[in-house]
Ligand binder design. Structure first.
Ligand code: PGA
Length: 254
């Protein structure tokens, strides 16, 4: 399976910066075999169109950072999955820890968003991960298992085929404190070998996220059960994200 490398730009860039960034990325990732690495970018909503046009025929996937769970309605400021599909988005991130912590998305909300994404015919990246107090209390596995069960229970095989998991320890996001390959490997093994098979979801890819950088990508991408990465800060510079994509490609199977 190819590894998946997605850059989450969060609330960064102006329109011009977004276009420049994706153009640079397209140029620097030319020639990377899509059988080894799939590249995606998740720009802010207002720039989805412009970024899609700048991507043109290049093989970079358009990803959205979030969506509302309803199809349409009186939800001022919100954006629905069918809207995202209509501008060419292929994949939507749901349950990012910033949505859970800053915007109060509960496990139930994340589940509803996941269903909305799948209903719109799109792929989803379901983010899970423990906070530092939860890790220190020895609850990392229990928290991740709860989030996965809430998100994935009772989905049929066709729906699951369009879901990717991202394990992102909250204490490693934007902090410069990456999980060591051993810590990431432990949780990835737990998810891949213990939790997902119980949910009939054993074949789902599991990405790692949290302070992924050019200097740690090789070790992370080589970690057993890591199927790619979700990258924040280091995806805001074309050269560093391209280096990360190459690291993934080195470990993605043909
Ligand atoms: P970071 O963000 O790479 O800046 O730690 C990761 C994420 O939020 O997905």
């Amino acid at each position: 399976m190819p590894q998946l490398a997605v850059g989450n730009w969060k609330m960064h860039t102006t329109r011009d910066e977004a276009v420049r960034l994706v153009r640079g990325l397209v140029e620097l990732t030319q020639g990377i075999d899509p059988a080894r690495a799939i590249v995606g970018v998740a720009p802010p909503y207002p720039f989805l169109d412009a970024v899609r046009d700048a991507i043109g025929g290049a093989g970079v996937e358009l990803v959205a950072q979030d969506c509302h769970e309803a199809k349409s309605g009186a939800f001022t400021g919100a954006v629905s999955a069918p809207m995202l599909a209509s501008v060419g988005v292929k994949r939507v991130i749901v349950g990012h820890s910033e949505r859970r912590q800053v915007f109060g998305d509960s496990d139930e909300t994340v589940r509803a968003k996941l269903l909305a994404v799948l209903d719109a015919g799109l792929h989803a990246i379901l983010c899970v991960g423990e906070t530092l107090p939860e890790r220190d209390a020895g609850q990392a596995e229990a928290v991740v298992e709860r989030q996965l069960r809430a998100g994935l229970a009772d989905l049929d095989a066709a729906a699951l085929a369009r879901v990717t998991i991202a394990y992102e320890p909250v204490w490693a996001i934007g902090t410069g404190r990456t999980a060591t390959p051993a810590q990431a490997g432990e949780l990835h093994a737990f998810v891949r070998e213990r939790v997902l098979p119980q949910l009939q979801a054993g074949s789902l890819a599991v990405l790692y996220g949290g302070s992924v950088k050019p200097d740690n990508i090789d070790a992370l991408a080589a970690t057993p059960h890591v199927g790619g990465v979700l990258v924040g800060g280091a995806s805001l510079e074309a050269s560093s994200f391209a280096r990360i994509v190459r690291g993934c490609a080195d470990h993605g199977a043909e």
